[in-house]
Design a protein around this ligand. Structure first.
Ligand SMILES: [Zn+2]
Length: 310
């Protein structure tokens, strides 16, 4: 097997040296906008809202691609080394990118947007790791907006007023979105508020809105799940009020398909709802921003549960 990691590390070091030695100050002085690299498009959307016309933003991970399993390409390393600032989620969301991020942060300002979230607001999985899907509690995601704004202000203090104003507007938009989501989800009867997905990406969502969240794979998509445990989960759910289960746009549907097949064998038959956006935005106008993606999920969840009958 060919190991590409040493090559990436060497390439990164060479490019970092080159970047520091000759290009950064010259390009800054030419008046170009700060180049921002983010891992996920969720973070890119946030940086675009706060940075507006004064930054150029690019997400490494494309819509619909799973960040848990994403590996940096040579082109990604070149983009990272050309950046003025980097934002990533942290909390091990981008497990396979962490090594590259760690090396870059010695020479390029690099921020996990989860950095300022109070620890007591973070959820942990059964193995003790923090759940990285913090964007599914809008009130927590606001801490990330603040982190991004603080970082842009430090990078480009001349435009502080602009960044702070955008931060304020965006936080208000997120809070309005949260209220809309809360109202729609509250209309679902208490005993039907069960959200079953491929992996445990909706635990913050569930805590925030008073639902139960069940993910077949746990907080990462890296683990395998046995047919036996899926059948055992189907048995448990068939005896509950769960009627809908959901695939996710960044995750294979195979576990949800197996769960649905088990439920049919057990004489029930879950409805498989429209795929939810969990770890990535979509690329359509109705789902390509954080707030639109969030409300699209809410509508899909409520529609499926209504279809399943009360
Ligand atoms: Zn995930």
């Amino acid at each position: 097997m060919i190991k590409r990691k040493p090559f990436l590390c060497i390439l990164l070091l060479i490019l970092l040296f080159f970047t520091l030695s000759c290009t950064e100050s010259e390009e800054r002085e030419s008046g170009r906008r700060p180049q921002v690299i983010t891992t996920t498009n969720l973070i890119a959307d946030m940086v675009k809202r706060v940075g507006g016309e004064f930054v150029q933003v690019r997400a490494l991970i494309s819509p619909g691609v799973d960040p848990h399993q994403y590996k940096a390409s040579e082109a990604d390393v070149i983009r990272i080394t050309g950046a003025d600032i980097i934002f990533h989620n942290g909390l091990k969301l981008e497990g396979k990118l962490e090594d590259v991020m760690r090396r870059a942060q010695n020479v390029i300002p690099s921020f996990p947007v989860s950095r300022d979230i109070p620890e007591n607001l973070l959820l942990r999985s059964s193995n003790g790791d923090y759940d990285p899907h913090v964007w599914f509690d809008p009130k927590i995601w606001i801490y990330a907006v603040q982190t991004v704004a603080d970082a842009l202000v430090a990078l480009d203090p001349d435009n502080t007023i602009y960044y702070r104003k955008n931060e304020e507007i965006y936080v208000e938009e997120i809070l309005n979105m949260d209220k809309t989501a809360r109202d729609k989800l509250a209309a679902v009867p208490q005993n039907r508020r069960i959200l079953v997905t491929s992996h445990t990406s909706f635990a913050y969502f569930a805590r925030s809105y008073g639902w139960s969240a069940i993910g077949i794979q746990g907080i990462s998509t890296m683990g395998e799940v046995s047919v036996y445990s899926i059948h055992a989960l189907a048995k448990e759910l068939v005896g509950s009020n769960a009627k809908c289960i959901f695939t996710e746009t960044t995750v294979s549907s195979r576990f949800i398909d197996a769960l649905q097949a088990s439920s049919v064998i057990l004489g029930s038959g879950f409805i498989v709802g429209e795929a939810l956006f969990s770890d990535s935005l979509g690329d359509e106008p109705e789902n390509n921003t954080y707030t639109k993606m969030f409300l699209k999920n809410v509508d899909n969840i409520v529609a499926c549960i209504n279809e399943g009958g009360g």
